[in-house]
Design a protein around this ligand. Structure first.
Ligand SMILES: Cc1cc2nc3c(=O)[nH]c(=O)nc-3n(C[C@H](O)[C@H](O)[C@H](O)COP(=O)(O)O)c2cc1C
Length: 448
């Protein structure tokens, strides 16, 4: 039995692929992360099969440069270029609420929304790690809880700023010499714990009213934040059971927050490794795993677990005594996912590094196009997903195979749209355009 309704699909383009050793394969593009034309081409390919969006991650520190492609073009700048060479596909950029100010970030997203004709989305992240904090005048990261409190106020301020111009504020009346009606442009006079912002924003209300708000943290605070603000959610779920539990929990929280659960799209990551036979897919997967540099993966694992690399001998299991999620101030949900995976499957550190190298905890899957389509359908039918964040293990080859061989199967099962029915990202998600909060109520004309 098929599901019979189109799902939402996002391409997560990280350069040379989501398997951390993808850049080492013969024929890879090791400088892809710095190649604007490459990002444009992949966005065009995703648009040709009616994906909802492309997505770019972001971090504000530099680590692990020796062993993997690192350094990246600012996502908002990159997607501005992509906006000019595409027409329909949504453009989702990551930006941190811990290391920006609402005024300039709200302006930059409104600019992308204007430039792209209403296709901007903001992946709101709180940015784990001391290395980032140390680039912004802090000795260490603020606590996890405080970062989410700041994120809450940040988004509230950004929303007020995006609304500070009413939709019809610009008159451009040459004869009267009136460019804008100033009674329709408002200060916001925000004073809160983290921010004081007078407003108004120095750019008019953008085509979507404001960009689609996307969220990607899955801790308790992260889920509550998503329930209050998000319109789409990216998440890493390793098993169908975890995916089902997360989906049900988040939809419940959205309802408790007084919002319509159907209005928030939940998009787990899937890392496909595609072969014309299962054996071929598994062979590619194994080849990628052989190229993983275990010591470099262990350094990252140690950071995620709050340990020193020396505490993680490669051929032993994780130590019995580990911090608890409460003690982790970085990425709480990924910490728990990693520890549960290692314990459940009784993995050594080397094996765990291998498993994480192929998708950082997202659902990796090596198989034929049929099997990949079956997995997608199963997760959606069972109630673990409204769509998927497609994160091919190798890029561009993995996405080219997905487009050529998986998309036709999804199409024949009615699981992907065959045409765009709208232009904006909100329209792709079936979301209404938010009315501006300061909009002057229309006075009904007097009846005579
Ligand atoms: C698909 C996906 C993409 C993410 N991209 C970023 C990113 O680009 N930058 C970042 O700092 N965090 C990123 N994250 C991490 C989360 O946004 C969040 O910062 C982290 O998970 C900590 O939140 P938590 O403790 O609530 O889980 C991403 C997470 C997921 C699932």
């Amino acid at each position: 039995m098929t599901l019979g309704r189109p799902l939402h699909f996002n391409l997560f383009n990280n350069g040379s692929g989501h398997h951390e050793a993808a850049w080492r394969l013969p024929g890879s593009h090791p400088r892809a992360n710095l190649d604007i034309g490459y990002f444009e081409r992949l966005a065009q390919l995703a648009e040709s099969v009616m994906f909802d969006s492309v997505f770019l991650a972001d971090h504000v520190s530099l680590e692990n440069t020796a062993r993997r492609p690192s350094g990246r073009i600012d996502p908002l700048t990159m997607l501005t270029a992509v906006a000019r060479t595409t027409t329909r596909i949504g453009l989702i950029a990551t930006a941190s609420t811990s290391y920006n100010d609402p005024y300039n970030l709200a302006r930059r997203f409104a600019s992308l929304d204007l430039i792209s004709g209403g296709r901007a989305g903001w992946n709101i992240v709180t940015t784990p790690g001391d290395a980032s904090a140390q680039n912004f005048g802090l000795a260490a990261q603020p606590s996890h809880h405080e970062r989410y409190q700041r994120a809450d106020e940040f988004v509230a301020v950004a929303e007020k700023l995006w609304d500070s111009w009413e939709d019809d504020a610009i008159r451009a009346d040459r004869d009267a010499g009136v460019w804008a009606d100033e009674s329709k442009i408002h200060t916001i006079d925000h004073r809160g714990r983290f921010f004081s912002v007078r407003g108004p924003l120095n750019i008019p209300r953008s085509p979507q009213g404001h960009p689609v708000l996307v969220q990607a943290g899955s801790s308790e605070d992260g889920k509550d934040f998503a329930a209050r603000h998000a319109e789409a959610v990216f998440t890493a779920q390793h098993t169908l059971a975890d995916g089902l539990a997360f989906y049900a929990d988040l939809k419940r929280r959205i309802k408790l927050a007084g919002r319509d659960p159907d209005s928030v799209k939940i998009l787990p990551g899937i890392v496909p490794v595609i072969g014309s036979t299962e054996a071929e897919a598994r062979e590619l997967d194994a080849e990628l795993d052989r190229l993983i540099l275990a010591e470099s993966g262990r350094d990252r694992l140690a950071r995620q677990l709050g340990l020193e690399p020396a505490q993680l001998p490669l051929d032993q299991p994780l130590p019995d005594r580990l911090p608890t999620e409460d003690e982790i101030e970085g990425d709480k949900s990924r910490f728990t996912l990693i520890v549960e995976l290692a314990r459940r499957e009784k993995l050594t550190v080397r094996q765990l590094v291998g498993r994480l190298g192929s998708g950082r905890g997202h659902r990796t899957f090596a198989g034929t196009p049929e099997q990949v389509a079956d997995l997608i359908e199963e997760w959606a039918r069972e109630g673990a997903a409204d769509g998927f964040n497609v994160m091919p293990a190798t890029l561009p080859s993995g996405f080219e195979l997905f487009v050529e061989h998986v998309v036709p199967l999804l199409r024949s099962r009615g699981l992907i749209r065959t045409e765009y029915s709208g232009v904006t990202l909100r329209e792709h998600y079936g979301l209404p355009r938010p009315p501006g909060r300061y909009a002057t109520p229309r006075v009904a004309p007097a009846v005579d």
